[in-house]
Design a protein around this ligand. Structure first.
Ligand code: TYD
Ligand code: MG
Length: 481
């Protein structure tokens, strides 16, 4: 047999090197390089020119004439929305998130809901023959999982539970033609190992091969599988990026641990839209669905405070109102502080620069604190206008009129640009009793939204100067130094 080839790779970022070192040159992490066998020895009698078997081709339309394919619907609306309308049989889903954010709790609730026979009050299932569900934990003992289930009131759900880490054993145990497993949960993929590979669980080869093996098994048997994946300190799913390519759906479970809100976000989905989110609240008895996040995110807003603006954001197909809070204070340092929670600091620097250059407001010499209330993260540029309004209001110590919302992207010239789906955002704002919306101007159309959005008044803003003029007052509270 030819000798197996070896290389060294980083468990955190997947970078490959030819020799071992204590620190990964690529991501800077220490003690994360491990030896990998990259090319298995070729068995005798099998050459590289070995001819393969013929595979069978089939047509795109279904032989049975199906146009709608079954999905496993959990009945947890927020979970089903993010998976694109339920889990697809034979699909692999990866769910990542910080430790302790609630991945195991979420999956236990989902698996309990999916396992319940269709006519129990727990849920209704599209698959009428019942769904055998298996939950394999590599991190907790069965008793620990049971304890959690009892706490969540799910101890009666017919879930098959196991504490195991050997992939071969797991796959052998779920193989039962008489009672096929429809859903397999692996918590977590970093604890799994295949015994013929000579590296520790959690290393790149182990994670990749274990996942590959499980996915192959699942696809051949129409079994859906969900992996929990650990994340590195900068929020990526640990291990090789290839894991994200291998699965059909990648979900991130995120949130600030000191807040009770959790967001389940789809970043890749072969069977549904991405950027869809599900909002949950972590309570004493597990995760609770939040049907109307806007109401909760705005519930503690002090409507008369300077520096607070309401943003009509859009997460996937879902409009959501959140509060942007800004505080502008005189600095006592040579370099003023910028502290941002829930938004991109670079974007804040840009808005500050645009405000200062295009409107003449003296702001860059001050300490600036920006916070998206409720511990949620906003990524879209539509927040620019709300941030600018909050900054102007904070700088002038002039509260914005209550019951107003903002959205729009701000360009470097100070122009306010249009963004996606204004109608959806306006509708949500009107539903929650907002009376006025400041939105980007649209030259091609008359404000179209009035009729549809109810009584909400539309004020179009084409340049940031207009915003500054509207909300400036003669009461400057902060003077830049
Ligand atoms: P867990 O699901 O174990 O997190 P992960 O699997 O992502 O590491 O969640 C653990 C956290 O959730 C823990 O900090 C306590 C909290 N929690 C509740 O607040 N209520 C509950 O009912 C449960 C089960 C957990
Ligand atoms: Mg866990």
């Amino acid at each position: 047999m030819a000798k197996a080839k070896k290389s060294y790779s980083c468990n955190q970022c997947g970078a490959i090197t030819t020799k071992w070192s204590g620190k990964c040159e690529s991501c800077g992490e220490w003690n994360c390089i491990s030896e990998e066998i990259i090319e298995a020895a070729v068995p005798k009698g099998l050459s590289a020119s070995h001819k393969g078997k013929k595979i069978e081709f089939s047509s795109l339309n279904d032989a049975q004439g199906r146009t709608i394919y079954p999905r496993f619907i959990s009945g947890i609306a927020e979970f089903d929305r993010v998976t694109g309308g339920g889990l697809v049989p034979g699909s692999a889903t990866l769910i990542g998130g910080d430790p302790g954010i609630g991945k195991s709790t979420l999956l236990l609730q989902a698996v309990a809901a999916l396992s319940a026979p269709p006519d129990t009050p727990l849920r209704s299932n599209e698959l009428k023959d019942g769904t055998r569900c298996v939950y394999v934990s590599g991190e907790e003992s069965t008793d620990q999982v049971r304890m959690r289930a009892a706490r969540l009131g799910l101890d009666q759900a017919p879930v098959d539970l196991a504490a195991a880490t050997n992939v071969r054993d797991i796959l052998a145990s779920v193989e039962d033609p008489a009672n096929p497993v429809k859903l397999l949960i692996i918590d977590s993929i970093q604890t799994m190992y295949i015994d013929n590979i000579d590296s520790a669980p959690g290393t790149v080869t182990q994670v990749r091969t274990s996942a590959q093996e499980i996915i192959r098994h699942a696809k051949a048997r129409d079994m859906a599988v969900i992996f929990v994946g650990h994340v590195t300190k900068d929020g990526q799913i640990a291990g090789p990026r290839i894991l994200e390519h291998m699965v059909d759906t990648v979900l991130y479970f995120e949130g600030d641990r000191s807040h009770q809100f959790r967001i389940l976000r789809a970043v890749k989905n072969r069977f549904g839209p991405t950027d869809e989110i599900g909002v949950f609240e972590m309570a004493g008895e597990g995760l609770r669905e939040v049907e109307n996040p806007s109401e909760i995110f705005l519930s503690q807003r002090a409507s008369n405070a300077a520096g607070s603006a309401v943003l009509a954001a859009l997460e996937g197909s879902r409009p959501m109102l959140v509060e942007v809070q800004a505080l502008v204070a005189p600095t006592s340092f040579a370099a003023p502080r910028r502290s941002v929670l829930g938004w991109d600091p670079n974007r804040l620097a840009m808005i500050v620069a645009v405000l200062e250059t295009r409107t003449g407001l003296q702001i860059s010499g001050c300490d600036i604190f920006l916070n998206i209330a409720g511990g949620i993260r906003i990524n879209e540029p539509a927040a620019d206008l709300a941030v600018a309004a909050a900054l102007i209001s904070a700088l002038q110590n002039n509260p914005l009129p209550p019951e107003t919302v903002f959205f729009g992207e701000v360009g470097l010239a100070g122009e306010v640009r249009r963004i996606a789906q204004p109608d959806l955002r306006l509708k949500e704002a009107a539903k929650l009793g907002f009376r006025e919306a400041f939105i980007p101007a649209n030259k091609n159309k008359k404000p179209p939204h009035k009729a549809k959005a109810g009584e909400i008044r539309i004020s179009e803003i084409d340049h940031i100067q207009k915003l500054a003029d509207l909300f400036s007052s003669a009461r400057p509270a902060v003077r830049a130094v």
